[in-house]
Design a protein around this ligand. Structure first.
Ligand SMILES: N[C@@H](CCC(=O)N[C@@H](CS)C(=O)NCC(=O)O)C(=O)O
Length: 205
């Protein structure tokens, strides 16, 4: 049975899954959906957001839930450490990333979408986002990937952190412009730059 992945162009959360599938070497059929018409996604999953993974009778939405599902379904080349304590560390990181790290860029995008954005709010939140870059630089001290071996933490963070050095000109989504403008790194974060290059060279579905 071929896995099916529902996607929209330039989706960060879809890229998490595409990277995980690439690491697993799994065959997948990608169903590219019109971002303005989520009917096919709603039909298959009962909700409008991508990614959605369909594996025969199993329909899984939410990128983190999909990564966990893939590790159970295709246990070779694990995304999460097999050791319980190390696994919990990665789970805590992914949870922090989604609940804490994502807040400033989302709030900046909300602010910029207002008729008269407050520059001071944008600057304060931008500074918070830039401070996190130092944490990633430290996480990569002495190792090639965020928690040692490449896995779920890298798949979860890369699609968002890549904007520190890469922004496809065809990608004009506001949230992505925020990520590019408030994270740009020069020579200040060499480990982060090298990790972005390393991650970008990985296969993906
Ligand atoms: N928690 C979900 C979030 C999914 C999500 O927000 N997906 C975005 C694409 S990256 C989406 O479908 N957005 C559509 C919209 O907001 O209308 C996950 O991790 O998969």
């Amino acid at each position: 049975m071929t896995l099916r992945l529902y996607a929209i162009p330039f989706s960060t959360n879809v890229e998490r899954v595409a990277l995980a599938l690439g690491l697993k070497g799994a065959a997948v059929e990608t169903v590219l959906v019109d971002p303005d018409d989520r009917a096919p996604v709603v039909r298959v999953s009962g909700q409008p957001l991508v990614p959605v993974l369909v594996d025969d009778a199993h329909v899984v939405s939410d990128s983190t839930a999909i990564l966990e599902y893939l590790d159970r379904r295709l246990p070779d080349r694990p995304l999460y450490p097999l050791d319980r304590a190390r696994r919990a560390e990665v789970e805590i990181f992914v949870d922090w990333f989604d609940r804490v790290w994502k807040r400033p860029p989302n709030l900046i995008a909300d602010e910029l979408a207002r008729p008269t954005p407050d520059d001071a709010v944008v600057e304060r939140l931008g500074a918070e986002l830039r401070r996190h870059l130092d944490r990633f630089e430290a996480l990569l001290d002495g190792r090639d990937f965020l928690f040692g071996d490449v896995g779920a933490a890298d798949c979860a963070a890369f699609p968002f952190l890549r904007y520190a050095t890469r922004h496809d000109p065809a990608d004009d989504e506001l949230f992505h412009r925020v990520l590019a403008e408030h994270q740009s790194v020069g020579d200040s974060h060499p480990r982060l730059r090298a990790w972005i290059d390393r991650m970008d060279a990985l296969p993906r579905a």
